[in-house]
Design a protein around this ligand. Sequence first.
Ligand code: A1LUD
Ligand code: HCS
Ligand code: ZN
Length: 341
Amino acid sequence: MSIASVEPSWAISDFLLKSGGYAVVDGGLATELERHGADLNDPLWSAKCLISSPHLIRRVHLDYLEAGASIIISASYQATIQGFEAKGLSRDEAEVLLRRSVEVACEARDMYYETCTKGSWDDPKNEVNLGQRPILVAASVGSYGAYLADGSEYSGDYGKSVTLEILKDFHRRRVQVLADSGADLIAFETIPNKLEAKAYAELLEEEDIKIPAWFSFNSKDGINAPSGDSISQCASIADSCGHVAAVGINCTPPRYIHGLIQSIKKVTNKPIVVYPNSGETYDGIQKKWVKSAGVEDEDFVSYVGEWLEAGASLIGGCCRTTPNTIRALSRTLLSKSALSK
Ligand SMILES: C[S+](C)CC[C@H](N)C(=O)O
Ligand SMILES: N[C@@H](CCS)C(=O)O
Ligand SMILES: [Zn+2]
């Protein structure tokens, strides 16, 4: 299914209408690759697997589709032309890998549809049988802080020397390549400040990007982005951009999501996307998740009702959530939508 034929700012609303009002987003990609044994202790983080193990990325996308996800996010979060060049790759090779991240996700979607057509959803693992539901591939764009590979997407502090123009120049070519890669949308993820949101908005307009985008911020206190900019200010920037079709929060503890949805709701009518992490905290120096307040899958889904009620319509998981989290989430959403019919 293509959503490109609809005005970018309406594309996700239109998709949601066809999907019954809400959609399940996938769960953590990189942390799931790690659970399968990938070593991501590298400035490229999950993008390292684009070089070494694309088959594993495809497997994880497929696991999320089998768990009920309708939107899968590519492995390009920390895939940047600058990052690949620092590893000795040429610019062309870097661009090939960016495109590859989307191709791998599209391949997983094709394989999933083929499995459904063959009727092998009798497989008990594939209990959430959603047959031929529309599935979107989102191309991930991680923040400049992600590229820095020091966890600074969780501080939002890029220093005074990093200006709006520097951020636009940093992201420009990657956004152009991903926009032409066959993805249905671009997911700007884990945005830590309003400067970067502004850079993305201007870039989408200057480059006249034809596929829709979502802007997803993160928060460490339930009120502000990590930089201290309020989530309402951040979401307002997304609201004003005609290329942005959904606004929300990712990689943030589940306990903060309800209040953050309420803040976003005050400044936009665009669909709200939330995909929190497990509640743990990332230590960017040690490159480890610190298990302070991790929630189990049952706890994670116990929040879903209040997220829906507050106004979220695209719900999934981020770091340290797994296909089991998404399976539990899909079942919960299915039963809630059956009840409301
Ligand atoms: C979403 S975070 C856990 C990604 C990794 C981080 N940018 C780093 O390289 O440390
Ligand atoms: N889409 C990325 C987000 C990291 S915060 C991932 O799941 O790895
Ligand atoms: Zn995350």
